[in-house]
Design a binder for this molecule. Structure first.
Ligand code: NDP
Length: 484
């Protein structure tokens, strides 16, 4: 497959290059090979993208929602038709196994375009009667130019989760992918324009954090939506606040997964696997603090090890492979340092823990048992395949410990006690909770965090609130009074 894109950026409906920008390589994480050479956006490229977005947006917002939606839904169909090739590209970009990318990446991007394409025509204001025949009506308006900044773990999905609601509401978008995974967003831009999106409405510019930072402070930008870590979120939120811009912050987490003695063991193990090892652990909502009630602990750890032995680690392009490499040298070094910390702090290494000696960024699925709340591996987001198993005795104790974190992205519980399940979900300080399941993220449901894990929601009708604003228009039908 041709992995080198026609150019680094996509602006005003076409590929654009500026070799004056800093050069960087795109690496296939499974082998360490260079698969594309790109350039960071120069100030001129950033200007071109923002000018194109500004110029195109008013006419797009003036179109009917039905017309806008039709284009988005057409793009969704095209993505589904090309799912195989897009999934291969996503695997090259991220290293995630084709077994995953073929069902979770382009497909979820298509779902977002279809869902928000369907909603576009239903976006309306309200009529509010004020008495004496007077009234106010509201108009739901686009915000203008939205900037999307993406993390590297779900590049296609993030490009669509931000682009689809933004475009449905009549905005233009300038998207900056992570410089680690710059390829897929360009394909999304290409497909959107092939589907009929007018030029200038979905632009992609490449670069490191400095390009993102320049976009965030630009006065032409009305909204910033970031998917990234909490430290980056703090910087971007503060910079956006100076310009009084709208924000959506989808940030990191250290989510709890609580498994009670009465849980179905096989399902609980499946939940813990999905909460820690899917995408080689590089999922923001992962339940990496696995609290296991003492009565089920030994059985849980035994069954977990047996199931982890079934992981197929190897060529990510092989449809049988179920566990791929980490995304980059930098990320595997971070994960390695946490494994060393876990050992040094006295946690018991129950599974894995070693790098796999081959080119690329390979590490085993890793489980620490006997982890305590104060250990770094129980407090800090690792963003890799490292599960921390902590013991607990009772519900009140585990709830206090589960919520004792600055994060609040997700939380899960496995139990067969119906009332306890709902009580625990109600008690979690998290934006997204799971009962007897983990890590589902369909477009129909709101997704996002509380506390330091974020602001705003992606997906569902809730996202519309974050990509549009309401104007109130007062109408007086009788005479107007004044004091003098
Ligand atoms: P980072 O926070 O390092 O980067 C996120 C994006 O922000 C990148 O495109 C980065 O550019 C850019 N960026 C960095 N600094 C700035 C700045 N000062 N101003 C503007 N943009 C900037 O996150 P990672 O890419 O390492 O992704 C992993 C993180 O993302 C984890 O914490 C994870 O939990 C979180 N995440 C959250 C999700 C959610 O929905 N809540 C989903 C997926 C991931 P570059 O990297 O190119 O320098």
């Amino acid at each position: 497959m041709q992995t080198q894109p026609a150019a680094s950026h996509f602006i005003n409906g076409q590929y654009v290059e500026d070799t004056g920008g800093e050069a960087f390589d795109v690496i296939y994480p499974a082998t360490g090979e260079v698969i594309a050479k790109m350039h960071s956006a120069t100030p001129d490229i950033i200007n071109q993208a923002l000018d194109a977005a500004r110029a195109a947006q008013p006419a797009w917002a003036a179109m009917s929602g039905t017309e806008r939606g039709r284009i988005l839904r057409r793009a969704a169909d095209m993505i589904r038709e090309r799912n195989h090739d897009l999934s291969i590209l996503e695997t090259y970009d991220t290293g995630k196994p084709y077994q995953e990318t073929s069902v979770a990446d382009a497909t979820s991007g298509a779902d977002a375009l279809e869902y928000f394409g369907g909603l576009a025509a239903s976006l309306t204001g309200e009529h509010i009667a004020l008495g004496d025949g007077n009234w106010v009506y509201t108009i739901r308006e686009a915000l203008g130019v939205c900037v999307g900044i993406g993390a590297w773990n779900y590049p296609t999905q993030i490009a669509c989760w931000k682009g689809a609601p933004a475009l449905a509401c009549g905005n233009a978008m300038v998207f900056k992918p992570s410089e680690t995974t710059p390829l897929s967003a360009l394909k999304m831009a290409e497909i959107l324009h092939e589907a009929g999106l007018p030029a200038g409405l979905y632009n992609v510019v490449q670069g490191l954090g400095d390009v993102g930072a320049a976009l965030v402070v630009d006065p032409r930008v009305n909204k910033v939506s970031l998917t990234g870590s909490v430290p980056t979120g703090r910087k971007v939120y503060a910079a956006a606040a100076a310009g009084m811009k709208h924000v959506t912050m989808e940030l990191g987490g250290k989510s709890p997964l609580v498994i009670f003695d009465d849980a179905n063991l096989e399902n609980a193990v499946s939940g813990a696997i999905m909460a820690n090892f899917y995408s080689t652990g590089q999922v923001c909502s992962n339940g990496t603090r696995v609290f296991v009630q003492k009565g089920i602990k030994d059985a849980f750890l035994k069954r977990l090890s047996e199931r982890l032995d079934n992981a197929v680690i190897g060529d990510p392009m092989d449809p049988d492979t179920s566990f791929g490499p980490m995304v980059s040298q930098r990320q595997i070094d971070i994960v390695d340092s946490y494994i060393a910390k876990g050992k040094a702090e006295g946690a018991r290494l129950a599974y894995g823990g070693n790098r796999i000696d081959q080119p690329g960024f390979w590490i085993q699925p890793t489980v620490f048992a006997d982890v305590t709340d104060d250990m770094a591996i129980a407090r800090e987001e690792i963003f890799g395949p490292v599960m921390a198993v902590l013991d607990f005795e009772d519900e009140a104790e585990v709830m206090a410990r589960a919520n004792d974190t600055e994060f609040g992205l997700a939380a899960g519980v496995f139990t067969n006690d119906l009332t306890r399940a709902h009580r625990v979900a109600a008690g979690f300080e998290a934006g997204t909770c799971y009962i007897n399941t983990y890590n589902d993220a369909p477009v129909e449901a709101p997704f996002g965090g509380v506390k330091a894990s974020g602001v705003g929601r992606e997906n569902s009708k809730a996202a519309i609130e974050h990509y549009s604003q309401v104007k109130s228009v007062f109408v007086r039908m009788d005479d107007m009074e004044a004091p003098f």
